[in-house]
Design a protein around this ligand. Sequence first.
Ligand code: NAP
Ligand code: ZN
Ligand code: ZN
Length: 346
Amino acid sequence: MSTVAAYAAPAPKAPLERTTIERREVGAHDVLIDIRFAGICHSDIHQVNEGWGRGRFPMVPGHEIAGVVAAVGSGVTRHAVGDRVGVGCLVDSCRECDNCLRGLEQYCTGGNTLTYNDVDRHGDVTQGGYSKQVVVDENFVVRIPDALPLDVAAPLLCAGITVYSPLKHWGAGPGSKVAVVGLGGLGHLAVKIAVALGAEVTVLSQSLRKRDDGLALGASDYRSAADPATFTELAGKFDVVLSTVSAPLPFDSYLGLLGTRGALVNVGAPEEPVSLNLFSLLGGGRVLAGSMIGGIAETQEMLDFCAGHGLGAEIEVISAEEANTAYGRVESSDVRYRFVIDTATI
Ligand code: NAP
Ligand code: ZN
Ligand code: ZN
């Protein structure tokens, strides 16, 4: 075991504070990572606030981890000391179920292990990336291409893969029209990635406040969801509507934006249920789908895609002490577009 500095929430809804945690010894198939940057995902805030259910405290959040390999176990073949690497939301899975065998570890039916707020196969409570170091099985560590700076790469490990996977699955590409709902951490990467895939992208935001940013990210149109005309003018226009919103949305209105057999894909994880009139699906044979992060191989594919397109997150690098303020700003949709903690400040 080694003692590592970290930032943790000591109790539900409590501010994060400096602490130390224990990391396990580097096993034969483990990689020790010196964490350089950790992104702040809205999911961190949902979990610290116990918005999704009971959490394990003290909790070190952080599942957008970018760093450098400091040591490897004797059996490690995929990574070497000095490699630039990343870890996302998963640090283990059963590796035997159909989904694991298909590279869908995020849907592991045998039980996967989240990077924090979970219990791993050793019986230890997992602790995340707001810390100096982490020990992770080599199979759940991905390579960060040289073209991507570590700070702008960090948010790709959750936000990036969470939007890349459904955009690919639902066919975003040349000739397709995609609407991205919510221009936050996930949303701004959805715009960049959908544009890079070749789709025509419209942003639907709560207001026109961030319009210039959205257009600069590559969107060809930017509309306010507060304006009822948005829903009449854009009715039936999209093949895919991707909702990245952290709060309940009136899905019936957004389903009306879809063309025949179009798909509203939700990746937002609001703390309250939403209501739905099922007739919104019947007309036009519309689809309502969900998606959760992505598998390990697809995460590597996404990083390589982003590097190939010179594409990373728009970030504000902060010190660990600023994380509590950053949480408040994320909650009030005041983020442009991802806070990333410089772990040298922990
Ligand atoms: P974020 O940076 O806070 O972005 C969410 C955006 O949603 C905001 O910037 C805002 O965009 C919009 N929004 C917020 N409150 C709203 C409201 N009341 N009504 C309408 N729009 C609202 O959060 P994030 O890190 O991107 O995460 C977004 C959601 O996805 C969270 O619930 C998170 O837990 C979830 N998530 C899911 C997965 C998955 O695997 N499915 C992975 C990561 C995160 P505008 O200001 O442009 O309106
Ligand atoms: Zn996340
Ligand atoms: Zn499995």
